[in-house]
Design a protein around this ligand. Structure first.
Ligand SMILES: [Zn+2]
Length: 86
C-alpha cells in the first residue's frame, strides 16, 4: 500500500524542482534529494521511484544502508500537478 506511488511514479513524471524526502531505516538520517539531480542522468529518467531508491546509499559516515523510506514532502493532492509558472 504505502509503496504504491513509488512503483507507479517515474522520475520523468515528477517536476524537476520536486524533492523526495528520504529517511534511512538504519540510522534514521533524513535528507532531501532533488529529482533534478537524478533526471540529469538519461538512464535514470525512466526509472521508478522505488528503483531509484535502490541506487541510493546512506551518506552518513559508517552507515552505508541501502534501505530507505521515500516520501513526497508535498503530500496533498497526489494527482494535482499544476502547470505553468508559479
Ligand atoms: Zn543510514
Amino acid at each position: 500500500m504505502t509503496l504504491s506511488w513509488q512503483s507507479e511514479t517515474q522520475l520523468q513524471d515528477m517536476e524537476p524542482h520536486e524533492r523526495l524526502h528520504i529517511t534511512c531505516l538504519k540510522c534514521s538520517y533524513q535528507w532531501y534529494h532533488d529529482v533534478d539531480e537524478w533526471v540529469g542522468h538519461p538512464c535514470h529518467k525512466y526509472l521508478f521511484v522505488d528503483e531509484i531508491a535502490k541506487l541510493i546509499i546512506c551518506p552518513q559516515f559508517g552507515c552505508g544502508c541501502r534501505k530507505f523510506r521515500v516520501a513526497k514532502p508535498f503530500l496533498g493532492d497526489t494527482e494535482a500537478f499544476v502547470g505553468g509558472m508559479p
